[in-house]
Unconditional design. Structure first.
Length: 315
């Protein structure tokens, strides 16, 4: 029997892996830090609410709906807004601010949809909790099985897709050198579009599972965005496998770290759980800006020795 604290850590680590994979995909391909990524997850949560309360269907059997719907939202964001701006030479800062504006628009749309669900279907559409729709296996909630399994399957699928398929080779080429990739006949715009669709789909897939564990609302994405960025940055924002490592570590640190601090200095620290990924992100940017997978570990002993000599110079 797994304790609730450890179950929470496993589940959130798995969800952060999915979320950070999507964020890293969009940054790798288009170099755009997408601040609307958290709201993509919130949109996935509302797909789950619609499936369970309006359509009356099994959530797990219809997870593909969240993947497709939110993937299309992300694709539209790229095709209609970001790609035209990129063609005009808009800077990364300008594109980042644009994603913030899109985030606000999506937030407003979600609120309109939530009000619609409440007025028409008479259901609780804000601060909703759908744990009653989960199943149990040997006294453990189904999400504890589904979330890590889903994360593992998707990571393996992405690895095989990137290393064993022509599209994966094309994507890696587009990431390394878009101009050269275009010269050899790779449709870079198509690669970018697929990347955004996959990123939105992964966020929607993760968000669809969140109401089974966390009370969700239209602002759920805003609560998650710091943890998502922290997961991508800690592992390495320029590395798909770094997103996996970062998501796993942030999930463990956020849940087990908060629990440890609460048992050590008091439960008053529990509301400050979101500080842990923020601190982890700040420390990573200060010490290893390229993330854990961007560190040359063989040179680390020499770097540590130089650091010690600077702090404690020999007499």
């Amino acid at each position: 029997m797994i304790s609730p604290i450890h179950a929470d850590a496993i589940i959130w680590s798995s969800l952060y892996v999915l979320l950070s994979l999507g964020l890293t995909l969009t940054y790798l391909t288009t170099k755009v830090p997408n601040f609307a990524h958290g709201t993509f997850a919130a949109a996935g949560a509302y797909v789950t609410l619609t499936m369970s309360e309006v359509w009356k269907v099994n959530i797990y059997h219809n997870l593909y709906a969240a993947f497709i719907i939110v993937g299309i939202i992300a694709l539209v964001q790229y095709l209609i807004v970001l790609r035209p701006l990129m063609r005009r030479g808009t800077s990364i800062v300008g594109l980042m601010i644009t994603t913030l504006a899109i985030d606000m628009i999506l937030f407003a749309v979600l609120n309109i949809y939530a009000d619609y669900l409440k007025m028409v279907f008479k259901i609780r559409s804000k601060d909703f909790y759908l744990r009653r729709y989960d199943f149990e296996v040997a006294g453990q909630e189904g999400l504890l099985i589904v979330a890590p399994t889903l994360a593992a399957v998707i990571v393996i699928f992405l690895h095989l897709a990137l290393t064993r398929t022509k599209f994966g080779v094309a994507m890696r080429a587009a990431i390394e050198d878009p101009s050269l990739a275009s010269v050899v006949g790779i449709n870079v715009n198509f690669v970018y579009a697929v990347s955004w669709f996959l990123a939105g789909g992964l966020a929607g897939l993760s968000g669809a599972l969140i109401p089974l564990r966390l009370q969700s609302s239209t602002d759920t994405g805003w609560l998650l965005i710091v943890s998502i960025f922290a997961a991508s940055i800690v592992g390495g924002l320029l590395n798909i496998y770094g997103a996996v490592l970062g998501g796993f570590l942030i999930g463990l640190f956020e849940k087990l770290g908060t629990s440890g601090l609460a048992s050590w200095i008091g439960t008053w620290v529990l509301p400050y759980e979101r500080l842990i990924p923020l601190i982890a992100m700040a420390v990573t940017l200060l010490i290893v800006p390229k993330g854990l997978l961007g560190v040359d570990w063989r040179a680390m002993p020499r770097a540590v020795k130089r650091f010690i000599k600077v702090i404690f110079p020999p007499p």
